[in-house]
Design a protein around this ligand. Structure first.
Ligand code: ADP
Length: 240
């Protein structure tokens, strides 16, 4: 395997007596695009929340570049995050929301302006830079969140159903854009989705989740052509 970036080392997460991530092991290499795919309630978001440092494992450890994940803000750890409930800053314009992680890192004004303009262009929101988040639709807000997560070209990007609120055309365009950005910058991306075709088209590897465990992990081809359990076969089969 190429250089290790992320390791889930026997990670368990319980809420009271309900354990939603169960003794899970997963290694993700530098520059890999890994999708966590599975039905609702299978523990995908919880795993991502722990990787972001928003939740702590009940048991086990999560390492990024050899260091145990803690509660340091994600942008300081060079991590971009797009969570459904991780809102934009309501008192900042769209442009300022996107500029925020760059300002926090002390990037110069001219470079910030240039990078924010490029990020806005990528999510097709150049005309809305001066609006407030509350003036945008759900899909537009989601695109701002994407731009904010990608603008500082972090080494790791975590995305939880980032394209869910977008219409079909824009969704397909953003799938291509995210994939292109991943290739160009060598980003490590962990991408949560319940959409089989999205995972199959975007990922280097797919981890299929079932009840807090990885049922099977492999390339899209392996998962599609050689599902190893009935659960995986049925879940992937739902695409057709
Ligand atoms: P997925 O992302 O695969 O839909 P989640 O990780 O969101 O799954 O949820 C897995 C299970 O954990 C669900 O049954 C959910 O209700 C439960 N859960 C998630 N967060 C909490 C919490 N903070 N407190 C209690 N239960 C939770």
């Amino acid at each position: 395997m190429s250089e290790l970036r992320i390791r889930f080392d026997h990670v368990t997460k319980c809420f009271g007596s309900l354990c939603v991530v169960d003794d899970l092991e997963l290694d993700i290499a530098k520059g890999e695009f890994v999708s966590l795919l599975g039905p609702s309630g299978s523990g995908k978001t919880t795993l991502l929340m722990m990787l972001a440092g928003f939740e702590r494992p009940t048991k086990g450890r999560i390492l990024v570049d050899g260091a145990v994940v803690d509660t340091t803000p994600t942008y300081k750890r060079d991590m971009g995050v797009v969570f459904q409930n991780y809102a934009l800053f309501p008192h900042m314009s769209v442009g300022d929301n996107i500029a925020f992680p760059l300002q926090m890192r002390g990037v110069g004004k001219a470079e910030i302006a240039e990078r924010v303009a490029r990020a806005l262009d990528m999510v097709q929101l150049s005309a809305l830079s001066d609006r407030w988040p509350a003036q945008l639709s759900g899909g537009q807000q989601q695109r701002v969140a994407l731009a904010r997560a990608l603008v500082f070209e972090p080494r790791v990007v975590l995305m939880d159903e980032p394209l869910g609120a977008l219409d079909k055309n824009l969704r397909e365009q953003m799938q291509l854009d995210i994939r292109a950005l991943h290739n160009r910058l060598g980003l490590t991306i962990v991408f949560v989705t319940h959409d089989q075709s999205e995972a199959l088209t975007m990922s280097d590897r797919i981890a299929v989740f079932n009840k807090g465990k990885i049922e099977q992990i492999g390339t899209p081809r392996e998962i599609y052509d050689h599902p190893q359990t009935r659960f995986v076969a049925n879940f992937i089969g739902e695409t057709n």
